[in-house]
Design a protein around this ligand. Structure first.
Ligand code: ATP
Ligand code: MG
Length: 412
C-alpha cells in the first residue's frame, strides 16, 4: 500500500473553546499510550494528528485507534511534497492502486497554505487532468463519484486520501471526571461503561458478589469484562471494587416479602455504591439500566430505587433497545463473556412476581425489619479493591473468594 500516514480528526473537540488545549493534551497522551510498542510516530498539529506509519501495518494501528475516545474520524493518507509534479505522480500512483476496473472519480482540493501559487480549483483541474490522461479506467463524475480523491495542501506538503472512517467519537476519557460503574456480569453494564468512557468519563467498577451463593465463575466473568474495558481506559487499567454482598442477600431473603426483594436489593446496591463513590471521588454512578427492560426498570421502580441517593445516576442505555446494545457489546468483544451462563446476585434468586410499581413507604417499612445500615457499612468496609490492567491475570484467591458450589436450596 502506498499510504504512509494516518490522518486523525477530532471534530467535536473544536467546540470546546478554552478547554481545547487540555482536551488535545489528553487525546495525544491517550493515543501515545495506546500506540505503545509500535514503531509509529505521532505528530501533533493544532487541528489534526498525523500518525507516521514507518512500515507498521495500518490494520494494527487502526485496531488500537478504536480504543481512543475523542477521535471523530481517520483517513489513510499519502504525504508528498507540494510540488505539482510530485502531486501528479503520487495521485496517479494512488489511483492505480485504488482502481483496477472502470470507476467514476473526482478530485477535491483544500488549500490550508494560502501562499500556494495556485488556487484550489486550478490544482484540482491540473491533477484530475493528469490522472485522467494516464489512467484509462477512470471517468469524471463531479456529482456522484465512486471515489473522491482529496488533496490537502499544508505547509510544504500535500496529503492525498480517498476514504474517511468514523472512529469512536466523544471526548478523551478522563476529561469529564470519574464515575462509579455498577458492573454485573451481563451484557448491558459493560456497554454502559463504554459509552460513559466515550463521553470522557473515567470509570471505576463496583461489583456486588454473593459467593458462595453464586458461583466463582460469575466473579471471574466480571474480571474478564473489566480487563476488556481497560483497553479504553486512560492508563490501560481500571479499579474494580468487589463488594461482599452475601450477608445482605441472605438478610433480604429472610426479612423482605418476595415481591419487594429485588427492589430493596437494588436500594441496598445504590446505598453502597453511593458511599463508595464518595470514598473514591467518583462524581456519579453509572449503570446499565434501560427503561422497561425488567420489573426493576419501570419508571416507577427507578423512582423508588433511586430515592435512596442524591448522587447523579447516569444510565447511558436508558433509551437503547437490546439489539443496539448487543451490537456495541460485540464490537467491544464483551459479548461472548457476557453470555456465559453463570448466575450473579440478581439472577440466583428471581421472585415469581416482582413488584413493577413498588412504593417508597412500603420499602421503608420492610427495611425496618433488619439492621440494614450495619450490613451496608460492613459491606463497604470489607470491599476488596484491585486494579486490573489489559494484561493482568487475576488469581481469584487474591480476592478472598471461596470456590464452592451454588447453594442448591436457594434455587428451588
Ligand atoms: P446487565 O446485562 O448489565 O446485567 P440487566 O439487564 O441484566 O443488566 P439488571 O440485572 O436488572 O439488568 O441490572 C441492572 C443494572 O444494575 C446492571 O446493568 C448493572 O449496572 C447493575 N447491576 C446488576 N447486578 C449487579 C451486580 N451484581 N453488581 C454490580 N452491578 C449490578
Ligand atoms: Mg444482570
Amino acid at each position: 500500500m502506498l499510504y504512509n500516514q494516518i490522518l486523525v480528526r477530532f471534530g467535536d473537540l473544536t467546540l470546546k473553546g478554552k478547554n481545547q488545549k487540555e482536551f488535545l493534551r489528553k487525546l495525544y497522551e491517550l493515543m501515545a499510550l495506546k500506540m505503545k510498542g509500535l514503531n509509529v510516530e505521532i505528530e501533533n498539529t493544532h487541528d489534526r494528528i498525523y500518525i507516521h506509519l514507518n512500515d507498521v501495518p495500518a490494520e494494527e494501528v487502526v485496531k488500537r485507534l478504536e480504543y481512543v475516545s475523542g477521535i471523530s474520524s481517520y483517513s489513510f493518507v499519502v504525504k508528498c511534497s507540494n510540488d505539482l509534479k510530485d502531486i501528479k505522480t503520487t495521485a496517479l500512483e494512488l489511483m492505480k492502486e485504488i482502481a483496477n476496473k472502470d470507476i467514476t472519480f473526482k478530485v477535491e482540493t483544500r488549500r490550508a497554505n494560502k501562499n500556494y501559487p495556485l488556487h484550489s480549483m486550478e490544482v484540482t483541474k491540473q491533477i484530475a487532468g493528469y490522472v485522467l490522461a494516464n489512467h484509462k479506467l477512470l471517468h469524471v463524475d463531479v456529482h456522484h463519484p465512486e471515489v473522491t480523491l482529496h488533496l490537502e495542501l499544508k505547509g510544504n506538503s500535500c496529503y492525498l486520501y480517498n476514504t474517511e472512517v468514523r472512529a469512536m467519537g466523544g471526548y478523551p476519557v478522563g476529561v469529564a471526571g470519574k464515575g462509579l460503574l455498577m458492573l454485573s456480569g451481563g451484557i448491558d453494564s459493560p456497554v454502559a461503561g463504554y459509552l460513559a468512557m466515550k463521553q470522557g468519563v473515567e470509570v471505576e467498577c463496583i461489583h456486588f458478589e454473593s459467593t458462595p451463593l453464586t458461583s466463582i465463575e460469575s466473579a471471574q466473568k466480571v474480571i474478564d469484562l473489566v480487563k476488556i474495558m481497560a483497553r479504553y481506559a486512560p492508563k490501560n487499567k481500571i479499579n474494580l471494587h468487589m463488594v461482599p454482598f452475601k450477608e445482605l442477600h441472605m438478610a433480604l431473603l429472610d426479612n423482605v416479602p418476595e415481591s419487594y426483594n429485588i427492589t430493596i436489593m437494588r436500594r441496598m446496591m445504590y446505598r453502597i455504591a453511593s458511599k463508595l463513590a464518595e470514598k473514591k471521588d467518583c462524581l456519579c454512578i453509572i449503570n446499565g439500566e434501560s427503561v422497561g427492560q425488567v420489573a426493576s426498570q419501570t419508571l416507577r421502580s427507578m423512582n423508588t430505587i433511586n430515592s435512596v441517593t442524591s448522587i447523579p445516576v447516569l444510565r447511558p442505555l436508558c433509551t437503547y433497545d437490546k439489539l443496539d446494545i448487543i451490537a456495541i457489546s460485540k464490537k467491544m468483544e464483551c459479548y461472548d463473556i457476557s453470555i456465559k451462563p453463570f448466575e450473579d446476585c440478581c439472577t440466583v434468586y428471581v421472585p415469581k412476581a416482582p413488584a413493577t410499581a413498588p412504593r417508597i413507604e412500603k420499602c421503608e417499612t420492610f427495611e425496618k425489619a433488619f439492621d440494614y445500615e450495619k450490613l451496608v457499612n460492613e459491606a463497604v468496609e470489607h470491599t476488596n479493591s484491585i486494579t486490573i490492567d489489559v494484561d493482568s491475570d487475576i488469581d481469584l484467591s487474591l480476592l478472598g473468594l471461596e470456590v464452592r458450589e451454588v447453594v442448591a436450596e436457594l434455587k428451588k
